[in-house]
Design a protein around this ligand. Sequence first.
Ligand code: UDP
Length: 241
Amino acid sequence: MRVDILGITVDTYSMQETVEQIRQAVDGNIPLRVVTANPEMIYASERNIKLKKLINSADIVTADGIGVVWAARRLGVPVLERVTGIDLVQALFPIAHEGKWRIFFLGGKPGVAEQAANQVVLKNHGITTEAMHGYFSLEEEPDVLEQIRHFQPDVLLVGLGAPRQESWIVEHPRLASVSVGVGGSFDALAGIVVRAPKCIQDLHAEWLYRLWKEPWRWKRQAVLPCFVIKVLGQEFGFKTP
Ligand code: UDP
């Protein structure tokens, strides 16, 4: 089931259901494109038709953040829980370990994807990884593509930043069974960015913690009140600027 939030159709899948869909796609070698849609992306897509099409044409669009879970509830199609990029990949790794998957990590500053992949393999040694940073030029792109094709990943994790990663995945299809845009997840996996303690995550205040730790994000988070007003506009049928 999907819920329409400002024109973006978000899946109501739980984390477990999302992981199961990905597992089936890898087992059956069925192409699957996953977008983790946060409020900033949903809000931006209102004014960006290309982005809206990119997101809505994905096979799975997850509710990335408590703002999206809240919006779904307001609009009468509840989503059980948030399925963020970092939580999704962390839930996938044990399954990938069991299934001996090949995972390619693309993105982040030089060295970060390798560090993230090494950390993941330490705990999940059934996984085979390869990594490449996300600061390559257009001229270098063919080599990056060749490296990924040669590796033949089951899963391609793309952390080039949203929404660039979403269009990059669409522009380069069939590199892996499953492709997921994961934003800054490699920074967290590598330990460069420390996530909010579990109790803060459980209070649904991780966004506040990130704002405290990375105050330069305020500009991005400043759209959150606008997102809320737009969602209320959709719920009660009033026009918003
Ligand atoms: N990034 C990249 N190449 C670029 C620009 C950004 O690999 O040309 C990476 C950056 O190093 C960081 C991630 O993209 O790891 C940030 O993505 P986003 O802002 O979507 O992450 P969020 O913080 O929202 O998870």
